[in-house]
Design a protein. Structure first.
Length: 318
């Protein structure tokens, strides 16, 4: 898997608001570096962007850097970051050169660069996600810990779209439910489902790296007996019935399989959708209600929306 390193040359004054923007958009491992920090001369490590030339990069100012996974959300996230940084000018924050550059780095480089910044995070009432290299002891008696190797596929588990999905699973999953995870990525939603009581989870992803990551992470969390992983396009040719379907994919993709989700769910089954950017919320709501789903919850976190819907026996939507 590839990561995109975003590097913003800015002023001391803008460090904090820019770091906040990066955190809020789900970027990982935000770090601040001085332009002539010896680390910055590692242009062999991080690609060609740091051709340090003191005329181009005067000593004043700082670099704020962070990492974004290269996936279907990247374009949207980058636009969001640029827009939010430019908006800081409205608050009279001096952005200096506001020079934004990107470079792709591979898995190994990313892991070393970022590993030290990834810590255990409590993301819902019960679930804490911790990286494999951290030792973490549960604080509460009902706390559920998911160990993830985030280097494998989309998701450290802490992106707002994933957090909203897990919070939905936690609220609606019933003991021994059968679950389908469409677009499983690192497998975090499948693992959460098992640890919260699902009897079986079918985890599908188009990307074979995601399928491998889910298999590996399922084993790591001793949930591999209950998680059946397969490379698959959405719900194509899926014949199992599920009490819950969870899918953290883009809105445009969700609307493509709302009908299949309806047919695959048992009566009263729950459909948790996430990965919906605010502007596309209505698109998904319309499609779900048109299909006959009853909307139970619409939850937002930062610019992301998750919709929880229930299959009704009648198509009335009542
Ligand atoms: C945003 S990630 C979500 C990963 C994980 N479920 C989570 O919540 O962190 C979306 C995942 O959907 C997968 N995906 C995209 N299009 C798909 C499709 N047509 N069929 C199956 N999976 C797909 C991607 O490969 C990616 O792993």
């Amino acid at each position: 898997m590839k990561w995109s390193e975003i590097c913003i040359h800015t002023t001391n004054e803008a460090i904090e608001p820019i770091s906040n923007i990066l955190h809020e958009t789900g970027a990982s491992g935000v770090v601040i570096e001085e332009p002539l920090d010896p680390d910055m001369e590692r242009d062999d490590t991080f690609g060609e962007i740091y051709e340090l030339n003191t005329e181009d990069y005067p000593e004043e100012g700082v670099y704020v850097k962070a990492y974004l996974p290269v996936n279907s959300f990247l374009g949207e996230t980058v636009n969001e970051i640029k827009q939010a940084i430019n908006n800081l000018m409205l608050y009279d924050i001096d952005l200096g050169r506001n020079n934004i550059t990107f470079s792709e780095i591979n898995e190994e480089e990313w892991a070393t660069a970022w590993k030290k910044y990834y810590k255990p995070v409590k993301i819902s009432k019960k679930i804490t996600i911790t990286p494999t290299w951290e030792t973490y002891e549960a604080v509460d008696s009902d706390e559920v810990i998911i160990e993830l190797d985030p280097g494998m596929a989309f998701g450290t588990g802490t992106h707002p779209t994933t957090v909203l999905s897990i919070q939905g699973i936690e609220r609606y999953l019933q003991k021994n439910d059968q679950v389908i995870d469409v677009g499983c990525g690192s497998g975090v939603l499948s693992i959460a489902s098992v640890l919260l009581g699902a009897s079986e989870v079918y985890a599908y992803d188009l990307d074979d790296i995601a399928v491998k990551a889910t298999t590996m992470n399922a084993k790591l969390n001793k949930a591999d007996k209950q998680i059946i992983t397969k490379q698959n396009n959405l719900l194509d040719h899926v014949s199992v019935q599920a009490d819950m379907i969870v899918s953290n994919i883009l809105a445009e993709i969700i609307v493509r399989f709302v009908d299949d989700a309806w047919n695959t769910l048992t009566d009263d089954g729950i459909f948790i959708t996430s990965g919906i950017i605010k502007a596309k919320k209505q698109l998904v709501l319309d499609k779900l209600t048109e299909q006959g789903f009853r909307i139970l919850e619409v939850n937002e976190m930062e610019d992301w929306v998750s919709i929880i819907a229930k299959k009704n026996n009648q198509k009335s939507g009542a």
